[in-house]
Design a protein around this ligand. Sequence first.
Ligand SMILES: [Zn+2]
Ligand SMILES: [Zn+2]
Ligand SMILES: [Zn+2]
Length: 125
Amino acid sequence: MTGASGSSRQASTRPKALGVDVDAETRCAHWRSPLDIVAIRMRCCGDFYACKDCHDDLAGHAIRVWPRAEWSERAILCGACGEQLTIEAYIGGDHRCPGCGAPFNPGCRHHHHLYFEAVAQTAPK
Ligand SMILES: [Zn+2]
Ligand SMILES: [Zn+2]
Ligand SMILES: [Zn+2]
């Protein structure tokens, strides 16, 4: 009796982050602080990259930012736990991963416009 039972591949479907010298938590040659654990799926090619400089170096085409209307896409990868956040959750969040609580680099907000359509500034009142 040869029962070729189906292979149940329940392994986590964590996407691979591309980039230059990417480590296990998606740090890259450009951003290596303990907080730099976020990878971003690029609108142009659909691949996760550690940062836009990695994309510049490797992709061979111009980056395209995510339009506002598509911020419900899960385009943010937490390098610590593999959780995929929506852009909305990432930008509107508290600079930490809702999955594992790992802190993200709050300085990244200064680069959001490179990845996402101009972020509306919420002026503190
Ligand atoms: Zn691309
Ligand atoms: Zn990089
Ligand atoms: Zn996480």
